[in-house]
Design a protein around this ligand. Sequence first.
Ligand code: GTR
Length: 398
Amino acid sequence: MNQDPNYEEAKAGNLPLPPLLERPQGGLVTTATEWNNIRRREIRSYFVRLMYGELPPRPETIRFELRRERSGALDGAALRREVRIHLGNRGREHFIDALWYLPTRNAGKVPAIVGLNFKGNHACSHEPDLLLPDPAHARGPVAARGEQEHRWCFKSLVENGFSVITAAREDLFPDRADGRAESVWRLFHHEAELTPANRDLTAISAWSYGITLLVDLLLSDPAIDGTNIWVHGHSRLGKTALWAAANDLRLAGAISNDSGCCGAAPSRRNFGETLETITRVFPWWFTERLDAYAGREAELPFDQHHLLALVTPRPVLVASATEDLWADPRGEFLSARAAGEVYRLFGSNGIGDAEFPPPDQPVFGDAVGYYRRTGKHDVTPADWEFVMRFIRRNSMWK
Ligand code: GTR
């Protein structure tokens, strides 16, 4: 194996996506209740076993420490909080630092967007007074302030009435093969169990757990509309956003941006990144059992449209970028369309039988959306415009 990636549609393979509603031992799921009670659990357990593992359990204690609060942040648009989430379990401790903005002007409860970031909270905004990462968590070079500000657009989001909250992936699981030893998993396991070989304790589940902790924090403030908390994630954190939404039913919906292989893109298509590459390069993201399916994708009892379907009946938006062929934009679209079969059990039409759309022309269907932004693998202000439009269309909040 270890071949060059394929970028030719004609060679992507025409494997059918496996059925969503047909049970392995036979029998079709035909109602939303059967989906929720039977098939949803079955599919979630496949993903646990073969791809992401379980999320860590609840710790014995969770405490929120407000380290700093500033009104008038972002040129007066936001109330900004920097909160440390302290977790305790069996005498062990771990913390996660959250950066949280609330709109200054709001009437009533506000919707919220929750998502992890790649390079630290201080890298998501140029504000000079943001706390820098704690040295205990900052391993390797610390990113420059505001280095990834364009990926967040905090000001535009709060001006549009959203609260936004983020934390760094590294606080949950340092993103490397030996990151497990310093990850949130150490609250629940002895050092000897936190080796690179113990792949049931995955980074993607640790990151998803971070999302659930940020939801806990959001819900501690009555200004947040608890029925309107949306998870967003880019790339590996887009895979994370989908897995978080599959597990945390408090999330109102999910937005996966360029999530690609093991995110929204079907494993069965040979286009861009494959299971062979991803399991070889990023083994700590997944359970070891996934490795065996490299080159044998058709034997997986699910594909990634099953992951999107785990978000039902809540809305899901799948976003690609025209130059991000590694993430297989057309495959991401096909998953989004296929997931519609389950949304229809809930009375939503998904994106119906829409065709792969031209760049920058979203298909915002009924509870499922897809678009392909012009440009590279990234999150841009144009992405956030699409995201806000999708959320407005698909929530009670306008
Ligand atoms: C790539 C990886 C992708 C995606 C990306 C990212 O190297 O192959 O699956 O996760 O990283 O997170 O930016």
